[in-house]
Ligand binder design. Structure first.
Ligand code: ADE
Length: 242
């Protein structure tokens, strides 16, 4: 899959592209990330990408034309590679993403992600060029770059072949609609706490049962809202009651 990111701060994306799971996926050409800066699409000597808001008030607004040209150039580049991209704008006003949305995003061939700065972008840019508006949570970042990186990380790690173990994405917290179970590694004992005995038993069925039970219990305790949306099977209800 291919991401084209429209950003004033391309250097920030080194956090994603230089090391870690995503960097390895890019090296192996399982995904592509291309960065575009609206500054390259300005025509004035100062290469102005922002301006004061009509009506007054603090902060600056990103101008329509440099953003539009950058988006169109990114879409044309993607199309030349045979990738049809939709455009998503990252903002706190967008639809809040969850793992189900990430699965949908990950299944698409390409996205142009628009990372806004300052107070946001000219509303007419959203009306004319943006297909979807996404938020990564109910808090305000100083720009869409981190949000774009969050989305790309979450989507790229779901692509076939990206994670080492075949099951590690499927077993993720949230892909089942539940929080993750606790994990342990050596040493077996730390102070007076030992690893739960079932994990040492070698009984894979019992281990799977314990893990599901823990995941259900934690989800009920910490995020009952997740269970409300998801529902609970008879088997799971019995595990919860045990
Ligand atoms: N830009 C600023 N805050 C954001 C958020 N919470 N989600 C997505 N983009 C953002």
């Amino acid at each position: 899959m291919r991401f084209d990111v429209i950003t004033l701060f391309p250097a920030q994306f080194a956090a994603l592209t230089e090391e870690g799971v995503v960097a390895r996926a890019l090296q192996r050409q399982l995904a592509q990330i291309h960065l575009h800066t609206p500054r390259d699409y300005t025509t004035d000597v100062h290469r102005t990408v922002d301006d004061r808001p009509y009506g007054g008030g603090p902060g600056m607004v990103m101008r329509y034309t440099p953003l539009r040209l950058a988006i169109e150039a990114a879409q044309a580049e993607a199309a030349a590679e045979g990738v049809q991209s939709r455009v998503a704008y990252l903002s706190p006003q967008g639809e809040r993403l969850d793992q189900r949305q990430i699965e949908r995003i990950s299944a698409a061939p390409g996205w142009v992600l628009v990372a806004g700065r300052y107070e946001g972008v000219d509303e007419r840019l959203i009306e004319d060029c943006v297909d979807e508006e996404w938020s990564i949570g109910d808090y305000v970042l100083s720009g869409g770059e981190l949000a774009a990186m969050v989305v790309m990380d979450a989507a790229i790690r779901l692509l076939p072949g990206v994670l080492g173990h075949a099951d590690s994405a499927r077993q993720d917290s949230h892909s089942s609609g539940l929080l993750d179970c606790p994990h342990y590694t050596r040493p077996e004992t730390i102070g007076d706490r030992s690893v739960p005995e079932v994990l040492l038993s070698g009984d894979h069925q019992a281990i799977e049962r314990w893990r599901l039970q823990q995941a259900l219990g934690r989800t009920r305790q910490r995020r009952p809202d997740l269970l409300q949306g998801r529902g609970i099977s008879e088997v799971e209800q019995r595990l919860l009651d045990d």
